[in-house]
Write a protein that binds this ligand. Structure first.
Ligand SMILES: Nc1ncnc2c1ncn2[C@@H]1O[C@H](COP(=O)(O)OP(=O)(O)OP(=O)(O)O)[C@@H](O)[C@H]1O
Ligand SMILES: [Mg+2]
Length: 287
């Protein structure tokens, strides 16, 4: 049942306000007081943020805040259970590795995020990149999801040197990508050999560019993958890990995938299991 009109929400610390914009409608969000962010991007008090049809948003606050929402929503509620502290710990661990890399003039952490469809992979990438760039890092975002990438159009893979936090409404799509490869299909399975070849090529070019940019090199890479994790999908993930010489694999939600990777990856690769945020749901908008 749709809800309309203006509503004010008083959020306590470490809570999130989740809402979904109803079909053919938009919702306006204003931060009235306190501090809050959307997937790691800070909201500015008093600014109107407009979300369009199908948007599924979570406004998280560490300290507490007041939010005003205007418009028709399919769903809207405050949740207290979020794995945000866990995600922040991951960011802290990556930051430690970046600091070490900086001192040694070496390569920062190359992190790959894996999991089934709709477990929050793209959202976690955005969060970690936003946290990194807010600490004055310049991480490279690699999006290998040819179905729903955040960097360019469907059917492509690409990379972006992140220089500022994602826009609240549009994410990273406003920042010009540095590298995009055309694959031509929305699933790697359509032509796995070509997909793997493009991944290897992208990894090579990024590695060279990192060697030429000390700050980006120390900041490391965050790699988003698609939700194809079984059979050839799993092999494709191991290919990505090898091509990018990843240091860390964050596995969202699926213990079986976690154990498979722990078993198959060399010991130098740290595989970490993370809970999914329970607010994450199918990103395909159903009318
Ligand atoms: N905490 C949250 N509360 C509500 N919605 C959320 C939350 N986190 C993410 N979402 C929404 O859930 C949807 C799915 O998340 P996301 O796209 O990150 O998953 P994914 O694993 O990358 O999916 P896919 O496998 O399709 O690429 C998105 O629309 C996102 O905006
Ligand atoms: Mg995704």
């Amino acid at each position: 049942m749709a809800e309309e009109n203006v509503k004010k929400f008083h959020l306590e610390g470490e809570c999130e306000l989740r809402f979904e914009v109803e079909s053919e409608n938009e919702v306006t969000l204003v931060l009235k007081s306190g501090m809050a962010g959307v997937f790691g991007t800070e909201l500015v008090k008093g600014i109107r943020y407009v979300f369009t049809t199908g948007s599924k948003i979570a406004v998280f606050t560490w300290q507490g805040c007041v939010i005003e929402l205007r418009g028709k929503m399919d769903i809207c509620y405050i949740a207290k259970d979020t794995p945000m502290v866990m995600y922040l710990n991951v960011h802290e661990a990556l930051e430690l590795l970046r600091r070490k890399a900086e001192l040694a003039n070496g390569r920062g952490p190359v992190t790959m995020i894996v999991g089934q469809l709709d477990v929050g992979k793209s959202t976690l990438c955005r969060l970690l990149l936003n946290y990194a760039v807010r600490m004055s890092r310049r991480p490279i975002f690699v999006d290998l999801d040819v179905g729903q990438g955040q960097i360019s159009i469907p059917g492509t893979i690409g990379a972006l040197l992140v220089q500022r936090p994602a826009a609240v409404e549009e994410g990273f799509s406003q920042q010009a990508p540095q590298l995009v490869y055309h694959f031509g299909h929305e699933s790697p399975s359509t032509n796995l050999a070509l997909y793997n070849m493009l991944v290897s090529r992208l990894a090579e070019v990024i590695s060279k560019r990192m060697q030429a940019n000390r700050r980006a090199n120390a900041s490391g890479v965050i790699i988003n993958t698609c939700g194809w994790v079984k059979g050839d999908g799993y092999k494709q993930l191991t290919h990505v890990a090898q091509a990018f010489e990843v240091d860390i694999i964050l596995v969202l939600d699926q213990e079986r995938l976690y154990h498979e990777l722990v078993h198959d990856m060399p010991t130098s690769v740290k595989v970490v299991f993370l809970q999914k945020n329970r607010g994450v749901s199918s990103s395909v908008f159903s009318v």
